[in-house]
Design a protein around this ligand. Structure first.
Ligand code: ZN
Length: 228
């Protein structure tokens, strides 16, 4: 993949008031993490992005642990009992989301990631299928791109990786890790016919990224329908 504007200088944006320094670990207590995950779950369930217990959410606790949704829970009514704290380096225990290795690998590879959110939205499901063969969705010319961390202009070109779906999650996680090595500013990727993964330094930033991607992917979907 050719380096997009997310790599290099474009990513070195000045830090807005209230944003954490990018080199600092954004930690949370278990209670804070559970509250943040539950709030994201209520919002995303209301938007129809995590139907039928799909999707999973996580929040970094510290350098070695994350809190993540347990398997098969209704994301609209999460409580602290639906959230499990696991070691990101160790073998994941029974009962956590089947896709937990995809979360753990992101936290391991980048200490600046504080939250990871995965949704099965209609736009992410369909656009990822459409661009599976290309291996990426290119987003350009949208003002909404500025909602993605590191982007300061609509003239940016953002390449969102698309991976073939697979039920072997550790294998999929290894492919994602290899691809992200070449995309240092990447804040999200798609799994074909499946959904979107997006992350941020904080839960607020991760939620903004999911919202922005859903808007941008819906634009791509509509563009394909109206201007085929
Ligand atoms: Zn999924």
């Amino acid at each position: 993949m050719s380096p997009g504007p997310l790599s290099g200088k474009a990513h070195a944006r000045s830090i807005a008031p209230g944003e954490p320094r990018p080199d600092l670990l954004v930690e949370a207590t278990i209670a804070e993490a559970a509250a943040e995950i539950s709030a994201a779950g209520r919002d995303f369930a209301a938007r129809g992005w995590v139907a039928a217990t799909s999707g999973n959410f996580s929040r970094r606790i510290d350098a070695s642990r994350m809190a993540i949704t347990a398997s098969g829970r209704d994301k609209g009514v999460l409580t602290a009992d639906d959230i499990v704290v696991v070691d990101i380096e160790a073998k994941l225990p029974e009962g956590v989301s089947a896709e937990a290795p995809l979360h753990a690998s992101l936290y391991r590879r980048d200490a600046a990631i504080g939250a990871v959110l995965h949704v099965h939205s209609i736009a992410a499901t369909l656009v990822s299928q459409r661009f599976e063969a290309a291996g990426e969705v290119v987003l350009e010319g949208y003002e909404m791109l500025k909602a993605l961390s590191g982007i300061a202009t609509h003239e940016a070109r953002v390449e969102v990786p698309v991976f073939a779906n697979d039920q072997d999650i550790p294998w999929l996680a290894a492919r994602v890790e290899a691809r992200l090595e070449d995309a240092p500013g990447c804040v999200g990727y798609l799994i074909a016919g499946h959904g979107l993964y997006a992350w941020g330094r904080t839960m607020a930033e991760a939620r903004r990224h999911v919202e922005a991607f859903d808007f941008l992917l819906t634009c791509e979907l509509e563009k394909g329908r109206r201007f085929p």
